[in-house]
Design a protein around this ligand. Structure first.
Ligand code: 6CS
Length: 341
């Protein structure tokens, strides 16, 4: 009796560990829409999240994964998460039309040059839990759970790129958001938007002359096969938001939110290490299977792009107003602090 009472109190206070309160969870299945195919960083994250939820709820929660292509195009995934026909989704560059503030992740040369530092900043209480970030999603019927950097963005083209002059007029493909288009226009390119699943043939046919992806994606989608140069400028990381449907999130018990919070915390380091492994391995595969030429920009070369990217911060603020400005200021403050540490 005494044991029973203390367990009830612990559960009521949300103090019991996930294992000991497993019986408190109802059986449920959550559908998780991915913007990437099996083997990708998003897939690795989602598979590990599914495993953690299964463990922590003693099998009560089943997470079903829907890799890219199974739910339609990219914006169909966000629509499904907004309507609640799926509970969970990833959203990245194409999400800009749905959550304009998410384009903050498309800004170039804003974060530090260290991936782990950036991953921590983006998942910090100050940034992730800020009203500015949370409300920008919640106002669109979504709830942001974690921010997932997937590796440095890397340019490819059929010509070498070492300066903005080399990008002049290049029909480089960007994901569908205004901020990316403005950024590449500032570099002198002539950007165009193509759906992820149609990109290989657009590159092959020469409709798109350049591409921007983390290394793992250049490899798993075979884009590198139809490009001659791979250029590392470390201008930005590829960053996705792991999010849920707002009503679904709001309907979860505090205990379940606590379990998701635990899983999300554990996944920060897990996916950082895994994305670095994947990106490193896939670069080796690309080198083995092709004679693509690899170019790494030095600081001076990067600086020429950084200067052109700087005014695009104002475009972000114009597009997103006070809330976007607040979010950008939080991010810049966190970056400044990290640089001074
Ligand atoms: O370029 C794209 O459209 C896609 N690239 C990656 C690496 N993930 C999802 C995104 O939509």
């Amino acid at each position: 009796m005494l044991w029973r009472n203390s367990l009830c109190v612990a559960v009521a206070l949300g103090l019991a560990t996930a294992g000991s309160q497993a019986a408190a969870f109802e059986e449920q299945t959550w559908r998780f829409g991915l913007e990437e195919i099996e083997g990708s960083v998003q897939y690795e994250y989602a598979a590990q999240f599914a495993e953690l939820m299964d463990e922590k709820t003693d099998g009560a929660v089943t997470v079903e994964l829907y890799p890219y292509g199974q739910l339609g195009g990219l914006t169909d995934i966000y629509d499904a998460a907004q309507s609640g026909s799926i509970q969970l989704a990833f959203g990245s560059g194409f999400l800009g039309g749905t959550v304009p503030e998410s384009q903050i992740f498309s800004l170039n040369f804003v974060l530090t040059d260290d991936e782990w530092t950036n991953t921590q900043i983006l998942n910090s209480e100050e940034f992730l839990m800020s009203d500015a970030f949370q409300e920008s999603f919640r106002e669109r019927n979504l709830h942001p759970i974690a921010v997932v950097p997937e590796g440095w963005q890397v340019w490819t083209a059929n010509q070498p790129i070492r300066s903005p002059e080399d990008m002049d007029g290049l029909a480089i493909r960007t994901m569908d958001n205004r901020l990316l288009r403005e950024t590449y226009q500032a570099y002198g390119a002539d950007p165009l938007t193509v759906e992820y699943g149609e990109l290989y043939s657009a590159l092959q046919l020469g409709q798109a002359e350049g591409n921007i992806q983390p290394v793992f994606a250049h490899e798993e989608m075979n884009f590198y096969e139809v490009q001659d140069y791979m250029i590392f400028a470390n201008h930005a990381q590829f960053i996705a938001t792991f999010m849920g449907n707002k009503e679904w999130w709001d309907g979860l018990s505090d205990e379940m939110k606590g379990v998701i919070h635990e899983a999300r915390q554990e996944l920060v380091k897990y996916i950082h290490d895994r994305q670095q492994e994947l990106n490193t391995e896939r670069l080796e595969t690309i080198k083995e299977n092709s004679d693509i030429e690899i170019i790494r920009l030095d600081q001076e070369q990067r600086q020429a792009f950084a200067e052109l990217a700087r005014p695009v911060r104002d475009v972000f603020v114009d597009m997103t107003g006070d809330r976007g400005e607040e979010l950008l200021n939080i991010l810049l403050e966190q970056v400044e602090q990290a640089r001074n540490e």
